[in-house]
Design a protein around this ligand. Structure first.
Ligand SMILES: NC(=O)c1ccc[n+]([C@@H]2O[C@H](COP(=O)([O-])OP(=O)(O)OC[C@H]3O[C@@H](n4cnc5c(N)ncnc54)[C@H](O)[C@@H]3O)[C@@H](O)[C@H]2O)c1
Length: 442
């Protein structure tokens, strides 16, 4: 014993170890370096939220304005981590918010409702942001509702005329251009935060852009859902698109083709914020210890509007599909899994998930792990939305387009990415940040 504490003699960050091949291995230094100076891009960024008065969108707008006014910190934002330092991110106070909605409300009212049921978004904060929230509310206009499914249709109270799809597309594009012009915005990023739509019945119209265009021209309302029109409008205008919901209609192959045609970055789907996030962090632990997972049962209970929409079996199908895909992919073998989602109105946005993991160890001995996750859904998701807006904007400024695969860590079902292990997804993001840091175009 040399008298030093044990930690000092074992491999600390930065220590070296020589393996049998005599190749030195160095642990990367702990990321505690002071932030290099960042120069945010000139100009203002428009952030267009489809589903503008929802619980999540309201928390995004309140949170961003609170950060801009220095009334709140940036806990929860990955773009504020030391690993993301040195990148000229869009400043939060230079973001201008607007969006489409199908319900009448305003941000102060929506925030007060949220406070009444979950306790987040305190009234003192809302009072201090009154003018900012009124300004953002003036940018919210009536959205479109082609074939939304019965539960979403029942939410709407803004007057809707049944117009042909081509006219609806033109209206969305007009709204977005007017927003950009009115606020002299240099760039605009679109984020889909609308209610989860039921899956669409497969149609040839989804396969190619030409077929999709023909379906719009024929006013084939059954071939689309609202998210499809919103995403297509973003693609046509060349506005980066973040698809945060599980709805499958937004990123159909035909719409991906439209993004490719306009060289626009996009990514989806379904933000990874709660139970699935924990799963994607924990499942690799079983894999690297060679512990065999036999069953993974997960039950989610939640209230609020999102829960009400997911209580409809049709809409629930979309969510279960995105939550259930990752375990066999991380573990590398099929296993018994179950994802239950039940609507418990009194919980509102304070969601609870209980997971039971049954696994087998050495000598076939069976053990279990259980965890309970109690999260406030919108509080978990809002900083991710701000991060994703910054990443999408960065990608466009770097001249990138197509699916932003480096953002897989943010999504339950990252389109085009087979990797679900949170740690590996994070490594990929860090590698991207390292490349972006040296980018002279920024
Ligand atoms: N942690 C999270 O909060 C989280 C995580 C992953 C995904 N999501 C998804 O994000 C979405 C929003 O979640 P939320 O909790 O804010 O739900 P919410 O029900 O509070 O908000 C959805 C909003 O979309 C509006 N809307 C519905 N159809 C529309 C249309 N055609 N055009 C314009 N607006 C429309 C609704 O009126 C509502 O205001 C949901 O799909 C949810 O599944 C949320």
């Amino acid at each position: 014993m040399d008298g030093r504490p044990l930690g000092a003699r074992t491999l600390a960050h930065g220590a070296t170890f020589r393996d049998a091949d005599a190749k030195p291995f160095r642990y990367p230094p702990a990321p505690t370096l002071p932030k290099p100076k960042q120069t945010p891009p000139a100009g203002r960024l428009g952030v267009w939220l489809f589903g503008a008065y929802g619980g999540l969108a309201t928390t995004v707008v309140v949170g961003a304005r609170a950060i801009a006014r220095k009334l709140a910190g940036t806990t929860g934002l990955a773009t504020e981590l030391p690993a993301a330092a040195g990148i000229p991110w869009q400043a939060i106070d230079g973001m201008v918010f607007g969006g489409h909605e199908i319900r009448r409300s305003d941000y102060a009212k929506a925030a007060a409702e949220i406070h009444g049921v979950t306790g987040s978004l305190p009234p003192e904060l809302i009072g201090k942001l009154k003018k900012d929230l009124a300004a953002a509310s003036r940018n919210v206009v009536t959205g479109v509702m082609p074939n939304p499914g019965r539960t979403i249709a029942s939410l709407a109270d803004r007057a809707q005329k049944r117009t042909p799809l081509k006219q609806q597309m033109a209206a969305i594009e007009r709204d977005l251009r007017a927003f950009q012009r009115r606020h002299k915005l240099d760039r605009v990023v679109c984020v889909n935060l609308t209610s989860t739509e039921p899956p669409l019945r497969p149609s040839p119209a989804h396969k190619t852009l030409a077929a999709f265009e023909r379906a719009l021209a024929k006013d084939d309302q059954k071939a689309v859902r609202p998210s499809a029109l919103y995403a297509y409008a973003a693609a046509r205008l060349g506005f980066p698109f973040v698809h945060f919901t599980p709805s499958e209609s937004a990123l159909l192959p035909a719409i991906q083709e439209a993004f490719a045609a306009s060289k626009t970055p996009w990514m989806g789907r379904d933000g990874k914020t709660g139970e699935t996030l924990v799963k994607s962090a924990l499942a690799p632990m079983f894999a690297i210890r060679n512990l065999r997972v036999l069953s993974w049962q997960g039950y989610n209970i939640l209230g609020d509007r999102d829960g009400r929409v997911l209580a409809d079996a049709e809409n629930k199908q979309s969510k279960v599909a995105t939550k259930d895909a990752l375990l066999p992919s991380i573990l590398g073998y099929p296993l018994h899994t179950h994802v239950g989602i039940d609507y418990v109105p009194s919980l509102h946005d304070l969601k609870t998930a209980w997971d039971f993991v049954h696994f087998e160890g050495f000598l076939g001995f069976r053990m279990s792990l259980q965890f309970t996750w109690q999260g406030c859904d919108a509080i978990l998701a809002a900083p991710l939305v701000l991060d994703l807006v910054r990443f999408a904007d960065l990608a466009q400024r770097r001249g990138e387009h197509g699916s932003m695969a480096h953002l897989a860590a943010f999504f339950k079902q990252p389109i085009g990415v087979a990797e679900h292990d949170l740690h590996r997804q994070w490594q990929r993001l860090v590698a991207y940040l390292e490349r972006a840091r040296g980018d002279r175009r920024l």
